[in-house]
Design a protein around this ligand. Structure first.
Ligand SMILES: Nc1ncnc2c1ncn2[C@@H]1O[C@H](COP(=O)(O)OP(=O)(O)OP(=O)(O)O)[C@@H](O)[C@H]1O
Length: 292
């Protein structure tokens, strides 16, 4: 059997802001495999953005180690792209949609024609070919977030980080963007790590869901999501597996709200085949032997 390769390896990660200040992350260890879409859910303020900032090299964590396809992350990796929640602040209003998408390619050694070709390809994939010459402020919020996704994909990132990417759009648009992400990650064989507050969204999108405790964050559970490759907003969300997983994550989050420190044990037992809970000591454990 061929071993699946790891894209992202986070080991014993901890971050304390400002010397003796707030401990945002205690001790996080997890891996994301190549081609996997992993979601992180956790209570507000538990350290999700701190984690993403550490992975993207924007802050230097105070302890632990982050490796991206085998190499230690030191500074901002060139083969990583980030999509933020606030599309209105991440797009340049004075540049057309196409120029926004081409912008990060300027520093990547592509010719003008190469940049144009790459931008047009991803714009087609996100359904925005007709809007290439428009400006971001002429588009709806959902369309602007599509531009952000296109710009990230144009860089062909080894890892796509997404920080609450659909939190600022209405429910209908959110469903459309979720389905768009599922389509494009297949098209581009992307490896994605997405942070969300939304339990249903995490289960709908992910191959794997990491549930975090309250700050300082630990991993409370690592759940495989056995919903298959083809997902549908109505039938998938109605399925028994989806409903069970939703309850399971909600229970885990409820316990995680009170569990900020690693205790070395976790009381909830998995009810879904393929799910496993974290052993609290840095490794990924199989279903717990303890009863709830
Ligand atoms: N620059 C900073 N200096 C000091 N403390 C900070 C800083 N940034 C974040 N924190 C604190 O670290 C903790 C984790 O913050 P972070 O933004 O990572 O959480 P989060 O899970 O992303 O929150 P939310 O879900 O509300 O977006 C919080 O208690 C926050 O107040």
């Amino acid at each position: 059997m061929t071993e699946t390769k790891t894209m992202l390896e986070v080991s014993g990660l901890g971050h304390r802001y400002g010397g003796e200040g707030h401990l945002a992350i205690a001790d996080l260890t997890f891996q994301v495999r190549i081609g996997e879409l992993a979601c992180i859910v956790g209570p507000s303020g538990c350290g999700k953005s701190t984690l993403l900032r550490s992975i993207s090299g924007l802050i230097k964590p105070t302890s632990g180690d982050i490796r991206l396809h085998g190499g230690a992350v030191q500074g901002v990796p060139t083969d990583l792209a980030v999509v933020f929640q606030d599309y209105s602040r991440s797009l340049f209003p004075w540049l057309s949609v196409r120029s926004n998408v081409e912008f990060p390619l300027r520093s990547r050694g592509l010719s003008k024609a190469g940049r144009r070709g790459r931008a047009d390809e991803v714009l087609e994939w996100v359904g925005l070919s007709a809007a290439a010459k428009k400006y971001p402020w002429q588009l709806s919020g959902g369309m602007q977030q599509r531009v952000s996704i296109a710009r990230a994909l144009a860089c062909r990132p080894a890892l796509l980080l997404m920080d609450e990417p659909f939190a600022s759009v209405d429910a209908q648009t959110r469903f459309e963007l979720e389905d768009l992400l599922l389509r494009v990650r297949k098209q581009f064989d992307s490896t994605v790590l997405l942070v969300t507050h939304d339990i249903d969204e995490s289960i709908y999108l992910a191959d794997r869901v990491f549930v975090l405790s309250k700050s300082p964050a630990n991993i409370v559970a690592d759940l495989a999501i056995p919903l298959g490759d083809v997902r549908d907003q109505i039938t998938t969300r109605e399925s028994e597996t989806f409903v069970q997983l939703r309850s399971e994550v909600a229970r885990l989050l409820d316990v995680g709200r009170f569990q900020g420190k690693s205790t070395g044990e976790f009381p909830l037992k998995s009810t879904i085949s393929g799910a496993s809970h974290h052993d609290g000591a840095g490794g990924l454990a199989g279903p717990q032997s303890k009863s709830p």
